[in-house]
Ligand binder design. Sequence first.
Ligand code: NAD
Ligand code: DAU
Length: 355
Amino acid sequence: MKKILITGGAGFIGSHVVRRFTTQYPTYQIYNLDALTYAGNLENLSDIDALPNYHFVKGDITDAAFIDELFQLHDFTGVIHLAAESHVDRSISDPLSFVMTNVVGTANLLNAARKAWKDELGKPDRTRLFYHVSTDEVYGELHDPNEFFLETTKYDPRSPYSASKASSDHFVRAYHATYKLPVVISNCSNNYGPNHFPEKLIPLMIHNIIQNKPLPVYGKGENVRDWLYVEDHARAIDVIFHKGMVGETYNIGGHNEWKNLDLVLLLCKTMDEKLGREAGTSEKLITYVTDRAGHDLRYAIDATKLKNELAWEPSLQFAEGLERTVDWYLNNTAWLENVTSGTYQKYYEGMYAIR
Ligand code: NAD
Ligand code: DAU
């Protein structure tokens, strides 16, 4: 029987991973460990939380004693580690919380797994697996339009967020080399889809268009991101968890590059149509604001290894994914209201410095 610990399962990507694993693998017992920070929301899992193979544990990965205890209590066969502080802008205003959760938290989990699995480390059978979910931001930024991030690209993190994720990746590899902990890592590009917290570009723009609020575009809107539908990421995690080679890294990406401004314009057009507004209405809300400090110019993933070795490819065209996403937000205004009330707004005071 597989008993899998998924960390950060109440967040954006984690909730889609928990849904996939609980529904596709009814014989697996899925434990969702989440501290329920501002980004964690159990509403994301309301459709599956009554399933008999789903279990929620509220807890903080920075608490080493608690994590050790959890691994003693449950004989986990696998870990899929997503819990993290994930927003670059927050990492600029509060870098140390990223060190705590992303670096110390990951080291606590690795350490607990090392102790709990000590009798099996280095054995040829793959009875256990520690899967670390990471980001393409560890590779830094691209300038040459013909260049892509490969698994072999040198690490060059440029924000406190990406530095903390890069550090956690190094710890994962160090535990593999030193203790023979069976690990696998994936580095994915920007995700989008339902349940995305509206501090990130796409859901923030959707929210502000609905509310007729300014659409803050950083700098000139020329930075490029490679967007992947979140369920395609969850499927890639499923494939890598089951078929990935221990000790390997897999890049995951959408082959879907967009300049921020072009993407915002597309969202404005789509939302005008959906909301029955006159064409060009939402575009007028675009407001150019001070650029993000150290703003990475372009991310673009080469996911050939994952395609060739594990037969994964994105399944959804961007037009369809974006439409599904917009429809989800329009049909779930209560969810949006819930997460945008209170502290979230206060946090952003002063951040939309309009030039
Ligand atoms: P998110 O911010 O939406 O969710 C993070 C979750 O982790 C939340 O539920 C939060 O409550 C939980 N959490 C935070 N600190 C915790 C702690 N100390 N202990 C326990 N739980 C804690 O993040 P996301 O966008 O879903 O990203 C999930 C993972 O995927 C992260 O590791 C991120 O680096 C990685 N990733 C994200 C993207 C993306 O585009 N969002 C792309 C590539 C990789
Ligand atoms: O590449 C993967 C990463 O993608 C993940 O590891 C991170 O967890 C995730 O947050 C995301 O990071 P980005 O910084 O790329 O995402 P964000 O949505 O914050 O910003 C996307 C782009 O849009 C970026 O170039 C900054 C810009 N932006 C963002 C916001 C929130 C704006 O122009 N205006 C905004 O208000």
